[in-house]
Design a protein around this ligand. Structure first.
Ligand code: SF4
Length: 247
């Protein structure tokens, strides 16, 4: 495997209580337990890993990073509310990235405002490499953790944080989604993470940034899920919109 050096854009030194937002959009959750659920996605900028196959490089890569906007929690909550017009049932909130936990000191203020505005269910997507504080752990309804394997080409020291994974696994409100290509990837899940995560918490998801690649890999990944007793999740956003942005 060739040497791979991700070009992680440096974060500002001081956020002044604001959150760097790459994009906000209204769509359906495409992956995991809540797939199909109407959701407002808030994509925060910057990442600490820089995976080889990442499909949101515009949220973290030097040169590729989009302009983004620094929002105060108040203005971001207002922007989210303006995207939804359901009188009774508000969509889920999905906080994603990049790696949202790089900003965990500023997230609770946002969540409190969103709760006050009536949003009843908040998910956070994380790569599982950053230790989570108690305040955020209890403030969130569901954690979609996607720990990385060797296929990400990120070093083990950066991507595997046993304390962070254990904290989420023991929370009783987390799933662990793994991007896989083949049997070797699936064996690696058990060997690397199996001591911290129960099989019933594990979901397999085919690697691939286009509809054609997803489609060609799904059958094999379903068979690997069945062989191990893991769950399978498609990536609906790729199957429906191919590699379009903001879906
Ligand atoms: S951790 Fe997630 S956002 Fe960061 S590079 Fe990997 S896939 Fe992309």
């Amino acid at each position: 495997m060739n040497e791979y050096q991700p070009q992680l854009a440096p974060q500002p030194e001081d956020y002044c209580g604001k959150l760097p937002v790459s994009e906000v959009f209204h769509s359906i959750q495409g992956e995991g337990r809540w797939r199909g659920t109407p959701s407002v996605f808030i994509r925060l900028q910057y990442c600490n890993l820089g995976c080889y196959w990442c499909d949101t490089r515009y949220a973290w890569e030097t040169g590729e990073i989009n302009k983004g906007t620094l929002y105060s929690p108040e203005s971001l909550a207002q922007q989210v509310t303006s995207l939804t017009n359901y009188p009774a049932v508000l969509p889920h909130i999905v906080l994603t990235g990049g790696e949202p936990l790089l900003h965990q000191d500023r997230i609770p203020a946002l969540l409190e405002l969103l709760r006050r505005a009536g949003f009843g269910f908040i998910e956070i997507e994380t790569n599982g490499s950053i230790i989570l504080g108690n305040e955020l752990l209890t403030a969130v309804d569901w954690w979609n953790c996607s720990p990385k394997l060797r296929n990400s080409r990120v070093s083990e020291e950066l991507r595997i944080n046993p304390t962070a994974i254990r904290t989420l696994a023991l929370s009783g409100k987390a799933d662990f989604k793994f991007v896989v290509r083949d049997r070797n990837d699936v064996e690696e899940i058990g060997n690397s993470y199996g001591k911290w995560i129960d099989a019933e918490q594990i979901w397999l998801m085919p690697e691939g940034q286009s509809r054609d690649i997803q489609s060609s890999r799904m059958k094999d990944v379903v068979e690997l899920s069945l062989a191990k007793g893991y769950r399978f999740t498609p990536r609906l956003q790729v199957l429906i919109w191919d590699n379009e942005r903001s879906r």
